[in-house]
Design a protein around this ligand. Sequence first.
Ligand SMILES: [Ca+2]
Length: 515
Amino acid sequence: MGKTCLTRAAVIIVLLGAASLVGAGESRGPAGAGARSDAGAAAARPNILFAIADDMGHASAYGTRWVKTPNFDRLASRGILFLNAYTPNAKCSPSRACILTGRNPWQLEAAANHWPYYPPKFKSWMEALGDSGYFVGYTGKGWAPGTLPPERKNITGKAFQRRRLEKPTSGISDVDYFVNFRDFLADCPKDAPFCFWYGGHEPHRPYEYGSGVAKGHYKVEDVGPLPRYWPDTEAVRNDMLDYAFEIAHFDRQLGRMLDILAEQGLLENTLVVATSDNGPPFPRMKGHPFEAACHLPLAMMWPRGIAAPGRKTDALVSFIDFAPTFLEVAGADGARAGMQPITGTSLTDLFAKRTPALDRSTLLMGRERNDTRCRPGTESGLGYAVRALREGDFVYLHNFDLSRWPCGNPELGLKDTDNGPTKSAVEALGESNRYWQLCFGKRPAAELYNLKTDADCVNNLAADPAHQSQVKAMQEKLFSRLREQGDPRMEGKGDVFDNYPTPNSAPWPAAPLQP
Ligand SMILES: [Ca+2]
C-alpha cells in the first residue's frame, strides 16, 4: 500500500504542476524538503492541519445567516466545500475514534461507546504519520472523552496546551489554540512535514446565556429556521446565538492559524481541513443518527493538491474517509504502521477532480452507548442502539430495543441530551407534548425520512404502505453492509456494547480493556 500511496500522491502533485511551486518562498517542511537532494514524491509530502470543532453543525458557507465562519468559508472558497459529509456516529469520542482509525463505530469494540476505555489495538493515522517522519501534535481536545491506555497517550500526537487566553465568555475554553499552534510550528524540525490537530472545545456546552446578543451583537430575529421539534421562544433563540458565538471563537482561532501559515510560506503545501465531530448539543440533535447531528460542515483547502479550487461537491463522504486520505497524501502505510484495516476510502480522486472510483451511493451511521451512566442492574446503564443507511434522498433508521429511551430515562434526567435552555424549554412542555415526544420519546423499530422534503426527520414514512418495499430493501442493504463489516449486532451479540466498562462508572473496576 505504501508504494501505491506514494505513486498516487505523486500523480496528483504532477497533475497540478506542483513541482514548479516547490521552494517558492517556503521556510520549512515541503519547501525545505524539496530543496533536499532526494527530491521527489516523498519530498513533497504536505503538512496537514486538521481543525475539528466540538458540536458544530453550522457554517456560513452553507448559507446560515446567524452563524459567522469567515475562515471556514475561506477554506471553502479556495478549496472544496463538502455538501454531503457525515460522521458515522454523532457523539464526541466515537466520532473521533472513527476519524482516527478509518473504521465504523461497530468495528471499534469499546470505542463505539462514548466515554470508554480506548482499545489499545486501534492505532491512529496520526500515530502512523508520526512513525513515517511527520512532526505530530495537537491542542485542545484530541480523542475524548474516555481513557487511553497508558502506553498510548498520544494518539493525536504531542500535547500543546500550555498557552492560555482570557476567556471571551464563561463557557469558552481558556486554551489559546493559536499560540499553542505557533509553539508547535516553532518546535517542528526544519526538514519534517507536520500534522497538527486543532481540537476546539467550542461550541460544546455550557454557554454564557445571552453572550451571542451581548458580545456577538447578534439579533434573535435573525435566527432560523428553527427545527420543527422545539418551541420558538426567546430562550431557545438566545441558546442558538450563544452556540453561534462559540462557533465564531473556534473560527477566529482557525483564521489566525491560516494567517501564520501564510506568513511562514507554508500555506501552499498544507492540507487544511475544518469540520466538527458531531452536530449541535441540542435536543434531537447531538447523539442521534439524524441529519442535524451526522450531516456536518466540511471544507478542505490545499493549493498545491486540490485541482479547480472553489468547488462544491455533493459526493457522499464519511468521516472514515479521512484516515485513508491523509495516509495517502502523506505517503504513509497504515497497515505497516500497525493500524487495523481501514473501511473508508481515500478522497484524493475528489482532490484531483477525477470521477470517484468508489461506490458513494450509500452511507452508514449508528450509535451505541452515549451518556447513559453505567450502573449495572438499572436501565440507565444501557445504551441505545441504532443503525442507519443514507441512500439517495432517504435515510432509514433501525432501532434495536424499543423498551429503551433514546436519551436515557426521564426520571434520571434524560442524561443523553446536554442540559441547557432549549432542553429545559422542551422538558417544560411535558411528556404529552409532540415536541417532547420527538426529542425524548421512545421510537418505533423502523424510521424512514425523505431528506429532500423533511431534513428535520420528523415525518416517519416507515409505516406508509407506499414505502413498504423501500423500507424492506433499505433494511436488507443496511444489514448486509453491517454483516460485511462484522457488526456484533448482526450476530446477535449486541449486548457486548452495553457490557464494556467505562471509566465514568465508579462501581466498576478500572481493569479490563477487552470484553
Ligand atoms: Ca462533540
